[in-house]
Design a protein. Structure first.
Length: 378
């Protein structure tokens, strides 16, 4: 086990990600670290997380702008525990400059009362794992919640006063048609939602879904169908005035862009705490171990639960920066692209941004971004 460098106080960590690795179900497509059981209590886990942050305070400077509770399913934890957590957290790090506190919520978890408590704690952004507004798609994805659960959750969050509500949608499902996707947007149109994360269904190795695909029980759509769905998604988001600012993320105006995720895409230093969380300090990435009991034990002994560390050299840092920035519509300095790709390719797949200083993928470019990135980082 390696420890991060011992004196890096000149680095300012701008984002804090807190991983809540508990779930009430395991979805077949998911490759996030989470567990179904409760080998330790929520309180014990959150205390260990606080201890971890305290240990990093001696190594890094914190200049926190965002806090993000992700998972797993952060909404399996009752809000009153987050209340205690945040009051303890404010004794460890300065939260006065934090502009955005997000919590990921599963549609069946929180009541109106719970949302009220979250608002009082200072949470100001809710990200709801809707995945689809069509019952048949939820079945295909193996989700337990219903469309009604999602609608009620959005309504509850909005009614108690949350303005910044995001929903996740997954597209590219077997047999999904253009009309299916249009139907999703007909429902979304009337909801108080200002941010949308629309992810193409990805088959990750070692997930139950990858086995189903391998055995031929789960047939992914053809490339032509994916392309059709992709352009439908762009049409529908535009109709509802959602602006795309990242490959899979759309918001109603600049104010509702995810400030926390923008830190990742701009390669800013952030700390990820909790079992299985990743961090980046500007030159290296590291991840925590994925064993909850061990995670807690180590922190009780004042030891950092780091499992893996990757030091990045200049070239690797450049590649990462390029890949991350090209996910966004801000793009990268145009020289980075022009020196690697022929002018006709640049013209076809990129567009100028930031007053002509940068180049970002255009709609066609995002669709084939994997191929173009492979050329760019070669
Ligand atoms: S998709 Fe969400 S709820 Fe499902 S297993 Fe993954 S983290 Fe848990």
């Amino acid at each position: 086990m390696q420890e991060p460098h011992s004196n890096l106080t000149e680095i300012k960590l701008k984002g804090l990600y807190i991983h809540i690795p508990f779930c009430n179900q395991k979805c077949p497509y998911c490759d996030f670290f989470s567990i179904l059981g409760r080998p330790i209590s929520f309180e014990e886990y959150l205390n260990a997380v606080l201890k971890e942050i305290e240990l990093y305070r001696d190594i890094y400077n914190f200049d926190l702008q965002t806090v993000y509770l992700g998972g797993g399913t952060p909404s399996v934890v009752p809000p009153k525990l987050y209340d205690t957590f945040f009051s303890e957290l404010s004794k460890i790090v300065d939260l006065s400059k934090v502009e955005e506190i997000t919590i990921e919520v599963n549609p069946e978890s929180y009541s109106k009362e719970d949302f009220k408590q979250l608002l009082e704690i200072g949470v100001n952004r809710i990200s709801i794992g809707v995945q689809s507004f069509l019952e048949k798609n939820l079945k295909v994805l193996g989700r337990k919640h219903t469309v009604k659960d999602s609608l009620r959750t959005i309504e509850n969050a909005s009614k108690v006063g949350f303005e910044n509500i995001s929903v996740d949608l997954i597209w590219g499902l077997p047999k999904q048609t253009k009309e299916d996707l249009q139907e999703e947007f007909k429902i979304l149109k009337d909801l108080s939602v200002v941010h949308l994360s629309a992810y193409l269904l990805t088959v990750y190795e070692e997930t139950p879904l990858s086995q189903l695909v391998e055995k031929g029980f789960f047939k992914l759509p053809s490339e032509e169908r994916i392309e059709e769905l992709y352009y439908t998604l762009l049409e529908e988001t535009e109709k509802l005035h959602f602006e795309r600012y990242e490959i899979s993320n759309f918001s109603k105006g600049g104010n509702y862009r995810s400030k926390h995720n923008l830190l990742y895409w701009r390669s800013e230093p952030f700390l990820g705490v909790g079992a299985g969380a990743w961090s980046f300090d500007g030159t290296k990435r590291w991840s925590n171990l994925k064993n909850l009991t061990r995670y807690v034990e180590l922190l009780k002994r004042d030891a950092l639960p780091v499992e893996r560390m990757i030091e990045l050299n200049e070239r690797e840092l450049f590649k990462e920066k390029l890949i991350m920035a090209l996910r966004t519509t801000e793009g990268v300095p145009k020289e980075w692209i022009e020196k690697k790709l022929p002018p006709e390719v640049v013209k076809e797949y990129f567009r100028p941004t930031e007053g002509g200083k940068n180049l970002a993928f255009n709609e066609k470019g995002f669709l084939v971004s994997n191929f173009l990135l492979a050329e760019l980082i070669d």
